[in-house]
Design a protein around this ligand. Structure first.
Ligand code: HEC
Length: 468
């Protein structure tokens, strides 16, 4: 009965807010067509915004209510999986839109024709052909004399990328902190402490970065980059000494993503608003605001590839499974930002060729250093399958069986089960990767596998993974 009442109320609220988004939109349109002053129409667009936020809020409440109702039932895992899919898809989609815009506008800035046929008030122009049409773009030095009525802003892709990413952090790591976020072999803390450290670190990172940008250091690009890189490495070191390696990687990415969204929210958009308002009042806009916003926008551009790497790395245990996961993170950040630097220089017509090979060498060095040992100890005796099966039963099947006994995983993770000998043989390559090379299984070594046992598994696979 309770679900019916709760869903009934929420459905009513949803209909209510949707109805009013339409109403306020219509009022705004009408006011506009009656040539009402802008203050009047902006009241309606304000109400429209609130109604829209109401719709989103009710959707979140519906999800939350559903979670409360299925908590502790077999549907809980299923709901989490679908939330994961939906939120992840949103995150990727907004992220593509945001990074695409970042690439595009930094390209414009780099490739702008600043010399030929450029009117005095312009910084430059650019011709482009795309999708069968010819485009002509002009960039103003500061701002046009009159601000056009329809001015496109680029901000929601940034905000929604951050919001969906933050939600994903909850869905994957925070709702399941004991299993995903905390590795008691690294640091034994409560879920609440770990989550607070995670969220707190984003705030601290923003404060440090923002102060650095406002300090005189910003004028010295090389010094700023070096100090920024050292600090980022410090964060990587910190995260890998607090969280499980995989969670540490995601926190590093989320930390940089937070700086990026912070740049948009706290600096770029407010600067643009101030410039638009000044132009509307007929005062010459402050050009330094635009320059500051451009610098932040450029930082964001350099952050894109490192962040993308980190997001993808979660699927590759050879990155976070290395003994010094923070060093891999630092090196890949350097290499991928280097690649972006090369692309930016190239767009400016500067063929600084060495930047690319150096970046690629850094990235290749990572793959070389993280490679498994070439000559592990030779396996002396033939390993019996029963020994391997015994280890797997003891160390893996608490999670990886059709009926797990683990306190957190009530269904086999990733559908991996080791119920029969064939189940084990089939997955021998993955077992080699996760148990022997990267040592990322058992997860956080919860079941306490020993180095000797890892070696037995390795020898068995090297000897051909025979079942007899
Ligand atoms: C505490 C629970 C737990 C234990 C114990 C455990 N695993 Fe896992 N395993 C997981 C989780 C969770 C995942 C999915 C996340 C991931 O890939 O890291 C996983 C994923 C895997 C994968 C990757 C599957 C894929 O689709 O890529 C392999 C292989 C694996 N485990 C093997 C093992 C082996 C072998 C052992 C025993 C030596 C073991 N696991 C012990 C929880 C566990």
């Amino acid at each position: 009965m309770l679900p019916v009442i709760v869903y009934g109320i929420l459905a009513f609220l949803l209909g209510f807010f949707i109805y009013f988004t339409y109403q306020f939109r219509a009022m705004e349109k009408k006011a506009e067509s009656n040539e009402m002053p802008e203050e009047k129409t902006s009241v309606f667009s304000g109400f429209y915004g609130y109604a829209y936020a109401g719709v989103l809020l009710v959707i979140v409440m519906i999800l939350f209510a559903t979670w409360m109702f299925v908590k502790g039932t077999p549907w809980e895992g299923h709901l989490m999986e679908w939330m994961n899919i939906v939120v992840r898809l949103m995150h990727i989609t907004f992220g593509i839109a945001w990074i695409g815009a970042s690439f595009y506008f930094v390209f414009l800035e780099n490739a702008l024709n600043r010399t030929e046929d450029v009117r005095d008030e312009l910084a430059g122009n650019l011709w482009a052909v795309h999708g069968g049409g010819f485009y002509y773009l002009e960039k103003y030095k500061v701002a046009p004399k009159t601000i056009p009525k329809h001015l496109h802003w680029f901000k929601y892709e940034a905000y929604f990328t951050w919001l969906s990413g933050f939600s994903l952090l909850f869905v994957v790591y925070y709702f399941n902190a004991k299993a995903q976020l905390i590795d008691t072999n690294i640091l034994n803390v409560s879920s609440l402490t770990a989550i607070s450290i995670g969220i707190g670190s984003f705030i601290v990172a923003w404060i440090i970065y923002d102060l650095l940008c406002k300090s005189p250091l910003i004028k010295y690009k090389v010094a700023f980059t070096i100090i920024g890189f050292v600090l980022a490495t410090g964060f990587a070191y910190f995260y890998t000494h607090v969280f499980s390696a995989r969670a540490a990687y995601i926190h590093f990415g989320a930390m940089i993503g937070t700086l990026m969204a912070g740049n948009v929210f706290f600096v770029i958009i407010p600067s643009q608003k101030a410039m638009v308002n000044a132009a509307k009042r007929g005062v010459p806009p402050d050009g330094t605001l635009g320059k500051k916003a451009l610098a932040r926008s450029l930082h964001n551009n350099y952050f894109t590839l490192p962040v993308l790497f980190v997001m993808v790395s979660n699927h590759f245990p050879s990155t976070f499974g290395f003994d010094y996961p923070w060093a891999v993170l630092a090196a890949i950040t350097l290499g991928t930002a280097g690649v972006k630097h090369y692309l930016n220089l190239k767009e400016q017509g500067k063929y600084t060729v060495w930047v690319l090979p150096i970046s690629v060498i850094i990235l290749l060095a990572v793959s070389f250093v993280t490679a498994p040992a070439k000559n592990p100890d030779a396996c002396k005796e033939e390993v019996k399958f029963t020994d391997v099966q015994h280890i797997i039963q003891q160390r893996c099947m608490t999670c990886h069986s059709s009926k797990p006994t683990d306190d957190i995983f009530t269904a086999p993770p990733n559908g991996v089960v080791y119920d029969t000998p064939n189940d084990i043989v089939k997955l021998k390559d993955k077992i080699m990767q996760r148990v022997v090379i990267t040592k990322t299984m058992p997860q956080n070594n919860k079941t306490g596998i020993t180095p000797e046992e890892r070696n037995i598994i390795r020898c068995w696979i090297e000897q051909g993974a025979k079942v007899e």
